[in-house]
Design a protein around this ligand. Structure first.
Ligand SMILES: Nc1ncnc2c1ncn2[C@@H]1O[C@H](COP(=O)(O)OP(=O)(O)OP(=O)(O)O)[C@@H](O)[C@H]1O
Length: 592
């Protein structure tokens, strides 16, 4: 089966351990086959035959075989656990690497809960099979073959009668296997949906509470929860129905043995010791038959888990990178959009965009929400590729760049700030592992974050994020700015970077940024005139098209969209369509 072939790929590096462990497993199964023989001998020769001198050797033999069996059992149990953990570690690592390399488009479609479910529940399905299912399957097969041969050697007629239920048992088992596999596939995919729901709900709990939608969410949860219940009940019913049936069919053999075997003993065709030994062997045959349900169950789970894991690993979700990708030692920071058109699936969001930003130029992008501002800057970092036109950095198409080099050349303050559950210092230094404390503090000062950080209980060592102290939106944004400034890349992108800070702080950050932006190509996305007015070029976007461009003064004179925004934000300065003196505007803009 393909899944097992793939799994073998992960076991292969530990093949020696696998072989030795399997040998220990087989030896344990072999040891288990000696005891019924010794017991039969003990009954016939010692109990019935009175050969007392054989009592101690046979008893010692029974103890020795049991001890060896126990040691072998311990060895293979531990070793299979160890092997399965190594394999799961490797698969988990491969999955995480895959997720890290997956593109933005992949995450646009992916559901976090479902991914989590593959990384946890599905991996556990594989582990359970490796530790329980596989060893039991192998030892059961060996015992089945070995014991059947022994039984035929002991008494062909009795063996045939006892095993007469086997074909029926096999048919029932195959039927069970087919149905239980589908049932487990349904459970796994329902669990993925359920986890997604749970993850989204817990993340969005503040929205739920703000809109007092707890009852509604509980109802939605109940619907998902009952689906989980129903899917599990299908598997439970199958187990409940087929389990006893398999047991009944295997148990019938014992009934036949007692009746027919007892008659053979009474008739003198068989010794009591042989019957006892036969009984022992038959039980060791029945045991794997009884386990058949559980085994098929585990195998079914492992197959459906494996399918979901390898399906994820096989989906090519990373951005294509050329083998001889451009990897310069030094990046100047020239950015050029050459007639770029871009769409998400079928939704065209940017059309015929031309922007020329030689190194050091400051370009501001304004426009209504959804106009395509973030989409423009996303193309510089190559989070997505345009469908038409080219985006060039240092005159080289970003598709020809080494992705890591390109992204390390761009510092981004994203629209949505994300802080890790870590110290403030580590959050700021996220893009630069080797940053010194002085550099971190300097970046925090430039982002106007130093003062509030120093007021926190443990300063730069304060843990923030999910488990740590809560920060205000503006504070988080300033940490994100510090993080971007610390990287000191030739291209800087500020996507609504100061939207959550007050005008006074924004002004201070602008002053600091002015120094830091010097010599860097900067793209500023903002809604406030105060944040864009000093840019070398201001671009106004409307429905993905550039409708106005120029400097602050040029755009004011144009009396177009920019002028309207300006008028809305500075109503006091515009009297009867007459703009007040430039000095006064400057002062008002600076102080909000
Ligand atoms: N990941 C995505 N998948 C599909 N469509 C998207 C995605 N991101 C954005 N869009 C769509 O693309 C359009 C432009 O979005 P974009 O984020 O670039 O706008 P924006 O001007 O930055 O808006 P805002 O000021 O609200 O951030 C919108 O219509 C949006 O719905």
């Amino acid at each position: 089966m393909d899944i097992f072939k793939r799994l073998w790929g992960y076991v292969h590096p530990y093949r020696l351990q696998f072989v030795l462990t399997t040998v220990a497993l087989l030896a344990a199964a072999g040891a288990g086959m000696i005891n019924p023989y010794l017991t039969g001998l003990l009954i016939d020769r010692v109990v019935k035959g009175g050969e007392l001198e054989l009592l101690w050797p046979l008893a010692a033999g029974l103890v020795a075989v049991s001890l060896v069996g126990a040691v072998l059992q311990y060895t293979h149990s531990y070793s299979f656990e160890n092997l399965s953990q190594k394999v799961i570690y490797s698969i988990r690592h491969a999955m995480y690497r895959h997720l890290q390399q997956s593109s933005f488009s992949f995450y646009d479609r992916a559901r976090t809960g479902e991914l989590m479910s593959r990384l946890t529940g599905d991996l556990e399905g594989i582990r359970a099979f490796m530790v329980g299912g596989f060893p039991t399957l192998i030892s059961s097969m060996v015992i089945f073959v070995g014991v059947t041969i022994i039984l035929f050697n002991m008494n062909v007629g009795l063996t045939l009668v006892c095993l007469s239920f086997s074909p029926l048992l096999a048919i029932t088992a195959v039927n069970f296997d087919r149905r239980i596999r589908q049932a487990y596939r349904d459970i796994r995919s329902q669990m993925a949906t359920f986890n997604s729901f749970l993850q989204e709900n817990i993340t969005g709990i503040r929205v739920v509470k703000a809109f007092a939608r707890e009852k509604y969410e509980i109802e939605r949860f109940q619907a998902e929860n009952s689906e989980v219940y129903k899917k599990n009940m299908v598997a439970g019913l199958l187990n409940g129905r087929f389990g006893p049936l398999l047991e009944l069919l295997s148990g019938m053999s014992v009934v036949v043995l007692v009746c027919y075997g007892g008659w053979l003993v009474i008739d003198g065709q068989m010794t009591v010791g042989t019957l006892v030994a036969f009984n022992g062997y038959l039980w060791s045959l029945i045991w794997p038959m009884r386990q058949l349900g559980m085994l098929l169950n585990m195998t079914g789970q492992a197959i459906s888990s494996g399918q979901r894991i390898f399906e994820l690993l096989d989906t090519n979700t990373s951005m294509p990178v050329k083998p001889d990708a451009y990897k310069p030692d030094k990046v100047r920071g020239d950015v050029l959009f050459d007639n770029v058109t871009f769409k998400y699936e079928d939704n065209v969001v940017l059309q015929d965009i031309d922007i020329d930003a030689p190194a050091g130029k400051k370009v501001a992008i304004m426009g209504a929400t959804g106009a395509g501002k973030t989409s423009i800057v996303n193309l510089i970092c190559r989070f997505y590729d345009p469908q038409k036109g080219r985006v060039l950095v240092d005159n080289v198409d970003v598709r020809d760049w080494d992705l890591k080099t390109l992204r390390r050349s761009v510092s981004v303050v994203m629209q949505e700030t994300f802080l890790f559950s870590d110290t403030i210092a580590n959050n700021i230094a996220y893009g630069k592992d080797d940053a010194s404390m002085d550099e971190i503090i300097a970046a925090a000062k430039a982002a106007c974050a130093h003062d509030f950080i120093m007021e926190m209980p443990e300063g730069y060592d304060t843990v923030v994020g999910e488990r740590g102290v809560g920060l205000s939106g503006g504070q988080k944004q300033r940490i994100a700015i510090a993080r971007a400034l610390l990287v000191s890349a030739p291209i800087l992108i500020l996507d609504d970077a100061t939207s959550s800070v007050d005008m006074e702080t924004e002004h201070k950050i602008q002053q600091a940024l002015k120094r830091l932006m010097a010599g860097r190509t900067t793209f500023i996305i903002a809604h406030r005139i105060s944040a864009v007015k000093d840019a070398d070029e201001i671009i106004i976007l409307e429905n993905g098209r550039i409708v106005e461009r120029g400097t602050h003064d040029q755009l004011l004179k144009l009396r177009g969209v920019y002028y309207d925004i300006f008028r809305d934000q500075y109503k006091d300065l515009v009297v009867d369509d007459m703009v007040k003196s430039r000095q006064e505007i400057e002062r008002m803009v600076r102080h909000g």
